[in-house]
Design a protein around this ligand. Structure first.
Ligand code: 4AD
Length: 430
């Protein structure tokens, strides 16, 4: 590890102090007998000036350093209001760790090209800012989960069956058997509540979704919670508290980063409990009153959700969905058997669903019946059904798509920008 300081730590009050920095050449220009290099590291940028009269050797080397070359720069700090950060380095030494003659990404690169060279796109401070916000949101989630008494668990990714329908399963050869990549840790979290009561996990989840929308990836990071003794209304409170904490804490720790992506913070600041709650019936009425052709019993797609979000200035819940459009494990509403005790959380500003959650069917016979109704085989869910035979309890849980939450918070036009190396039907490389 070299003994260096970060760009962000170079402050005007360090005038005259000698410093060493390491990073990449972000911008470069030559003016007369001076070379200006804007150095970039993970913390930000700083300008370094190489004057020929100060060190001819350093000046000549700096002249040769191409954009995105890795360099180590030494010099003295000088406050200068004209510099991008109000302070700069009068540099007298530069070590070019690796020179780059030509960096493949230029200003006019298309989005497709940026995705083709995503491994190099990660040099971009803009991409780094998204990743910092994503990391901070998970840090906030961990803080909340810890203080609210949830245990982190580590469920399997190689699984034998579907949670969210067979159509989106990725199949793979597992020695002489068939296995699948997990769509959701939910069924395993349900097993874990019998020992730990309140559990959560963060795992990659996989969906062989052919749909090319701005909110679908084939691999995404799934934050899932499951709790014993909670009904749908209890778990909705957990959802809004968690999401609110993630958003408000991120605004506290990374306001300036968020503001580089969105000037208006209103909907983020509005994300405080209680979030508005709309029944599915009311949602259908709202949509119909706006001329959308949708009937009771039909699922809301991205378009319908987008129209619905126009009614709200904060995240909100839609609850009480018809049974026919929801998963087999959701508990039937005892007051209306046409419905299940399920709620989705939708983000405003057109983003739509960020959380899917429900109370789970805890009755053995009813669950067997639901599995049969869905055309599945109860014997494929043997261990899951066992959970309803040995000390079954009312329980609820949900899953939050981390990329979808980040996409809304930063107003990104596609969830792929919220992931390090996006996976979509057409993209598996790099
Ligand atoms: O609504 P989903 O499919 O629910 C489940 O998987 C439940 N088993 C979770 C649970 O109760 N433990 O997915 C949950 C969330 C969605 O609201 C969405 O945010 C995200 O996961 N998600 C996706 N994100 C990106 N790309 C995809 N293809 C996604 N599919 C779901």
């Amino acid at each position: 590890m070299i003994d260096k300081i970060y760009c962000v730590d170079v402050q005007p009050d360090m005038e005259g102090k000698r410093v060493k920095l390491a990073g990449w050449v972000y911008r470069k220009r030559e003016v007369g007998k001076k070379v200006f290099i804007v150095l970039r590291d993970s913390s930000g940028i700083i300008q370094a000036i190489f004057k020929k009269e100060l060190s001819e050797e350093a000046y000549e080397k700096a002249k040769k350093a191409g954009i995105e070359s890795s360099v180590i720069i030494e010099g003295t700090v000088r406050a200068d209001p004209r510099a991008p950060t109000g302070v700069e380095i009068q540099a007298d030494r530069i070590e070019i760790v690796q020179n780059v003659d030509f960096f493949p990404i230029t200003k006019d690169a298309s989005e497709e090209f940026l995705l083709d060279v995503r491994h190099l796109h990660l040099h971009s401070p803009k991409v780094a800012t998204i990743m910092k916000v994503k990391a901070t949101m998970m840090q906030a989630a961990r803080e909340w989960l810890l203080q609210d008494g949830w245990y982190e668990v580590f469920p399997p990714i190689l699984v034998t069956g579907a949670v969210e329908g067979g159509a989106t399963l990725f199949k793979l050869k597992y020695f002489d058997r068939t296995a699948y990549l997990s769509q959701s840790a939910q069924l395993y979290l349900e097993a874990a509540i019998f020992g730990l009561e309140k559990v959560w996990s963060l795992t990659p989840s996989f969906r062989a979704e052919k749909s090319r929308t701005r909110r679908h990836l084939t691999e995404f990071w799934h934050l899932e919670l499951e709790a014993a003794w909670m009904d749908l209304w209890d778990i909705m409170k957990v959802e809004e508290e968690l999401v609110s904490y993630m958003v408000q804490r991120t605004l506290e720790l990374r306001k300036s980063e968020v503001e580089t992506f969105r000037k208006d913070l209103t909907t983020l600041k509005n994300a405080v409990p209680p979030f508005p709650r709309v029944s599915y019936d009311e949602a259908i009425d709202i949509l119909q009153s706006k001329g959308v052709e949708i009937e009771w019993g039909e699922d809301m797609g991205a378009d319908e959700e987008r129209i619905l979000t126009q009614e709200f200035e904060a995240p909100f819940f839609v609850y009480g969905y018809p049974k026919g459009i929801k998963a087999f494990y959701m508990k039937e509403d005892p007051e209306d058997p046409r419905k299940v005790l399920a709620a989705d959380m939708l983000a405003p500003e057109g983003y739509g669903e960020i959380i899917g959650g429900s109370q789970r069917e805890d009755d053995y016979n009813k669950l067997v019946q639901r599995i049969l109704e869905e055309g599945m085989k109860p014997e494929d869910y043997g261990w899951y059904l066992d959970l309803r035979k040995y000390g079954s309890v009312p329980h609820s849980g949900f899953g939050l798509g981390l990329e979808r939450l980040v996409a809304w918070v930063l107003k990104l036009d596609h969830v792929r920008w919220a992931t390090l190396f996006p996976r979509t039907p057409s993209r598996l490389y790099p």
